[in-house]
Design a protein around this ligand. Structure first.
Ligand code: GAP
Length: 471
């Protein structure tokens, strides 16, 4: 298993991800996607959008990030969307109490104190309130990782929503929030979408968009950030049919990751023991990152919690009337909620590979084995040498392919070096224009993973690549 630092360094060097506001020293929990990163991001979102909305029963929306403050009152986020926070009085550092305990458990495991780790884990699993976190921290003398002291404050709730003001006045009456989940934009539009698209239960609404959480501690690159994107879908169903739909969506979503190249053995299910305030059961798809397994997507059974709450506070009926049976009910909801940024990071880690002395020039090969549909660059075109009419032919092909594919043109360095530059960013196909092109009008297509080369007619280049992406 390679280190996360290897991915972070490749991501920066090749233009996938940069630290936000880097020239000012960066800002914690925020990252910027570079030229290749934003292609990967777009491809990932496009793959999800197609899987979720190119079907009869799901419609898409794009709701605004700023919403009426009552949304967060009804959804329960104002009262309950918080994490347990503890401060160290010596270092003044601030921690999420549950993460502090989890990190200590990991430390115990590394020190081979498995019995102590198991004991603390058991207590952590049955925590009911902030006092319980505090008891664990004091009972086991868990120290502050910065000062090493156990000089702790009590544990209190920290609401994760970012506040801002709407309009010119910054008073309490104009306080609004950056949405901490995109889902509420779907709930409040349930009726609009159902009526305008003439959908009948069961049906879903999908959305991709930014969410913001003032996380107490950010960590592990893109894994826990303060600004991130979600791809969420709420599936509206008849009450008490949630078990069967939950299973259906579990299967769909797991298979989607596998279809786009995630190694099955790197994925697992993690059923929730501690539920969010809106869920009656839930399970996460976890991916094995270099730092261990972590959630990439949650499937949540949200019952009629959100629609009933919005109906209550807005006074607007959010019911469904079955035109055949005349039954009237507030639909239950199964939610699939994936993180786009966590997805990018998981697909990057999943794709990363190092091979010893197998590249064409005998040097170590670093390769990102992306599914071709996710790869930021789809085709690269090289003239074998920078003379004899090859650059002109290669450049013309490059321009032609660029009409339909993200294509790169590279003339510099030995051909092996050019292949390796493309391998390192995951380009699935590299085309070389050589002497045979001039003599016979043929080109060589080299496939990233097998490194096999195929000779085809130059005239068929566009359709050849088209077919590869249609496969
Ligand atoms: N609407 C339900 C919801 O938001 P969640 O489990 O809190 O559920 C869903 O979040 C997904 O959003 C997670 O599986 C994760 O991929 C992503 N996510 C949540 N918090 C995140 C953060 N601070 N940074 C990056 N991604 C995050």
């Amino acid at each position: 298993m390679f280190k996360l630092e290897t991915i972070i360094s490749l991501a920066k060097r090749r233009g996938f991800v940069f630290q936000s506001s880097e020239i000012y020293g960066g800002i914690n929990g925020c990252w910027d996607y570079g030229p290749l990163g934003c292609e990967l991001l777009q491809n990932l979102k496009q793959a999800w959008w197609k899987a979720m909305t190119y079907r009869d029963d799901i419609e898409g929306i794009d709701a605004s990030i700023l919403m009426h403050p009552k949304v967060w009152e009804a959804s329960g986020h104002l009262a309950a969307f918080s994490d347990p926070m503890i401060d160290n009085k010596t270092s003044k550092s601030r921690h999420r109490a549950d993460n502090l305990i989890e990190d200590y458990i990991d430390k115990m495991r590394k020190k081979k104190k498995d019995d102590v780790a198991a004991q603390i884990q058991q207590k952590l699993d049955s925590v009911a309130n902030n006092d319980d976190y505090f008891k664990i921290i004091t009972e086991y003398g868990i120290p502050d990782p910065i000062s090493g002291t156990t000089d702790w404050t009590e544990v209190r709730n920290f609401n994760l929503m970012f506040k801002t003001f709407i309009g010119p006045l910054d008073d309490a009456a104009s306080t609004i929030y950056l949405r901490p989940e995109s889902a509420q934009g779907i709930f409040v539009n349930f009726k609009n979408v159902m009526e305008s698209s003439r959908q009948k239960v069961p049906f879903g609404i999908a959305q991709i968009g930014k969410a913001f959480r003032n996380e107490i501690n950010t960590k592990n690159f893109l894994f826990r950030t303060r600004e991130f994107e979600q791809m969420e879908m709420q599936y509206f169903i008849k009450p008490h049919t949630e078990k069967e739909w939950f299973e259906y969506w579990q299967e769909q979503r797991f298979n989607w990751y596998v279809e786009y190249g995630m190694k099955r053995e790197k994925l697992r299910w993690h059923p929730h023991t501690k539920l969010a305030h809106y869920a009656n059961f839930a399970s996460d798809i976890e991916f094995e990152f270099p730092f261990g397994f972590g959630e990439i997507e949650g499937i949540h059974s949200r019952t009629d919690f959100d629609l009933t709450a919005h109906q209550g506070l807005s006074g607007k009926k959010l019911e469904y009337i079955d035109t055949v049976t005349k039954e009237r009910f507030v639909p239950y909801v199964i939610e699939t909620s994936g993180g786009v940024s966590r997805g990018v990071m998981a697909f990057l880690c999943n794709a990363y590979d190092e091979e010893d002395a197998v590249a064409e020039d005998g040097e170590k090969r670093v390769v990102l084995r992306f599914h071709p549909k996710l790869a930021p660059v789809q085709v690269a075109v090289f003239p074998l040498v920078n003379k004899d009419g090859m650059p002109e032919k290669a450049h013309a092909l490059y321009k032609d392919l660029q009409r339909n594919f993200k294509t790169q043109y590279d003339v510099s360095g030995a051909i092996g070096r050019r292949y390796r530059r493309q391998d390192e960013i995951g380009t699935p196909y590299c085309i070389t224009i050589d002497g045979d092109t001039l003599a016979n009008n043929t080109i060589t297509v080299r496939e990233r993973d097998s490194m096999k080369q195929e000779t085809i007619s130059l005239d068929n280049a566009q359709s050849y690549i088209f077919n590869k992406f249609a496969e």
